[in-house]
Every structure is written in C-alpha cells, then in structure tokens.
Write a protein that binds this ligand. Structure first.
Ligand code: C2E
Ligand code: MG
Ligand code: MG
Ligand code: MG
Length: 285
C-alpha cells in the first residue's frame, strides 16, 4: 500500500512545478522586503480634461524595481501580494504616499487603485479615514479605483463598503470597465461616481466601426445615469478626438503622458501655472 502511494506521488512529481513554486516564494520574499524596507515607489499618470486639455488629476501607479531582476509589473506582483497577505501593507503604503504627495498639487485630483483584498477588509473604511486625517488631504480630491471582479462575487458587501467610503467624502470609480463581465446594471446598483473605460475598448476605435459604436453606447448609457466617464489607454490624437466627441470628460494614456515621477508632475504643474499667468498678462496688456 505504502509503496503504491509512493509511486502515485512519484508520477505526480513535476520538477517544473517546484521551480515555479520556488520562484514564486522568492518573489514573495523580495516583495515583503521591498514593502518593509520602503523600496516601492509611485509613478503618476496625468488625467486630462477633455474640454480644457489641461491636467486635472493623476493616477498613482505602484512601481517595484526588484533587486537583481529590474522592474516588475504590478500586474505580476499585485496578485502575489493578494495571496500572501501583503496587500494590506502595500495598499496602505500606496494610499498614504499618494495622498501625502498630492497635497503639494492642490489643483489636482488623485486616483488610487484599490485591490479586492483591501476592499474585502472590514477595516478598510477605517484605514482610509485614518489616512485622510493623517495626511490632511481633502477627501473629495481622492478617487478610489476598484475593479469589478470582487463585486460580482460579493455584491451586498460591496454596496455596503462603497456606501461607507462615500460618507468619508471620497469618490469611487469603476476601473477597467468593458474588460470583463461588466454590465451597465452594476453601475446603477453600486453608485459609482465615475467609470473608466478599459484600454481594450479604446484600442481600435479609429479603425473599427463596431468598436466605435460600442464606446458610444457605453458612454451614452453612463451619461444617462449621470456618471462621468474616463477613457483609458489613449495612444493617438484620433482616439482622443473620438473619445471626447462621444462624451468622455477625462482622457488618460500614452498620447498625453506615460506615468512619470512626482517631480515631473510638479514641473508640469508649474509650467501650466506659468502659462496661465502669462496668458492673463497678455490679455491685460
Ligand atoms: P490600471 O489601474 O487600469 O492602470 C492603467 C495601466 O495602463 C497602467 O499600467 C498604465 O501604465 C497603463 N497605461 C496607461 N496608458 C496607457 C496607454 O496609452 N497604453 C498602454 N499600453 N498602457 C497604458 P501599470 O502601471 O502597469 O498597472 C497595471 C495595473 O496594475 C493597473 O491597471 C492596476 O490594476 C494595477 N495597479 C497599479 N498600481 C497599483 C496599486 O498601487 N495598487 C493596486 N491595488 N493595483 C495597482
Ligand atoms: Mg486604475
Ligand atoms: Mg484601468
Ligand atoms: Mg488595468
């Protein structure tokens, strides 16, 4: 019997799986160290007002330069953080750092991504309240971006969390809309303040009539519910024109700017201020 069991185990043994597991454990260990050692940083991607063509806000995006490996995408390490109990510490770091940094940009809104693991935590509202108080940022300048995956599984809990968070004065945006199972029904029931249309819906709008129709219909529906829409992943001037024509009030993407450092944002803001001041002087003259 024991021998048989042993043989069964042998046949299941897969060295590649061990290698994967080892690599994952190593990644997790390094990530833990990065969080504890304060080695994560934030990049900020400008959000552009469709009418003003001015930067109206920024989205904070976490960055990790893994020692000996180079930059790792958040699409890779956020899921690891989620399953290894690191997401709370990571999320708290991002929220605090983003709010602290945004204080020097009073004219900008600040968007912060929140992952399901944070959202699921019953204490999440408490720690958002705590960070708001600690950093003394105006709550209405802060938008929390959530994706729909978790909400579909826990609609009741999600509604409660969103309600609680909104009493703090922060805004809630539905991120990556159109990338998964999204249905407009969710928009109504959860009370989102904004939706962000996923890059996959933007990608082909200048070439594909059906993609254009899809975007148009989505924005029209959101508008009928009085929910403003951001278009993500704008890479060409044509895409920017179409998205704003269809009613997206905010645009984001490499066409305007890649995610950049806080110092770069500060610099652009100073240029914008100088431009405005200069404009006024010209008008007065
Ligand atoms: P997201 O929240 O939808 O963020 C937008 C992602 O698209 C960013 O990738 C951004 O760099 C990229 N992007 C923006 N404009 C363009 C464009 O024109 N073309 C293309 N090809 N890409 C564009 P990034 O920074 O790699 O982040 C990927 C995802 O990881 C984010 O998607 C978000 O879901 C997650 N993430 C990033 N930072 C955080 C964080 O601090 N906390 C949590 N929980 N998740 C985060
Ligand atoms: Mg986002
Ligand atoms: Mg997105
Ligand atoms: Mg995304």
């Amino acid at each position: 019997k024991a021998k048989e069991a042993g043989r069964a185990r042998m046949t299941l043994y897969d060295p590649a799986m061990d290698a994967d597991r080892e690599e994952r454990n190593a990644l997790e260990l390094d990530l833990r160290q990065a969080i504890e050692g304060g080695d994560l940083t934030l990049a900020y991607q400008p959000l552009i007002g469709a009418d003003s063509n001015e930067m109206v806000g920024v989205e904070a995006l976490v960055r990790w330069n893994r020692p000996g490996h180079g930059p790792v995408s958040p699409d890779v390490f956020i899921p690891v953080a989620e399953t290894s109990g690191l997401i709370e510490a990571l999320g708290l770091f991002v929220l605090r750092k983003a709010c602290e940094t945004a204080k020097q940009w009073p004219e900008l809104k600040i968007a912060v991504n929140v992952s399901p693991g944070q959202f699921r935590n019953p204490a999440f509202t408490d720690y958002v309240r705590y960070v708001l108080r600690q950093t003394e940022i105006e709550a209405k300048r802060v938008t929390l971006e959530v994706t729909e995956g978790y909400m579909i599984q826990n609609p009741k809990r999600t509604r409660q969390s969103i309600e609680q968070l909104k009493t703090l004065g922060v805004k809630i945006a539905l991120d990556d809309f159109g990338s998964g199972f999204s249905s407009i029904g969710y928009l109504r029931q959860f009370g989102f303040d904004r939706i962000k249309i996923d890059r996959s819906l933007i990608m082909d709008i200048e070439h594909s009539e059906s993609q254009r129709e899809m975007l148009k219909a989505t924005v029209a529906l959101a508008s009928s519910l009085d929910i403003p829409v951001t278009a993500e992943g704008i890479e060409t001037p044509e895409q920017a024109d179409i998205a704003s024509q269809f009613g997206c009030d905010t645009l984001q993407g490499f066409f305007f700017s890649k995610p950049v450092s806080a110092d770069d944002i500060t610099e652009r803001l100073m240029e914008a201020r100088a431009r405005k001041a200069g404009g006024r002087r010209v008008n007065a003259a």
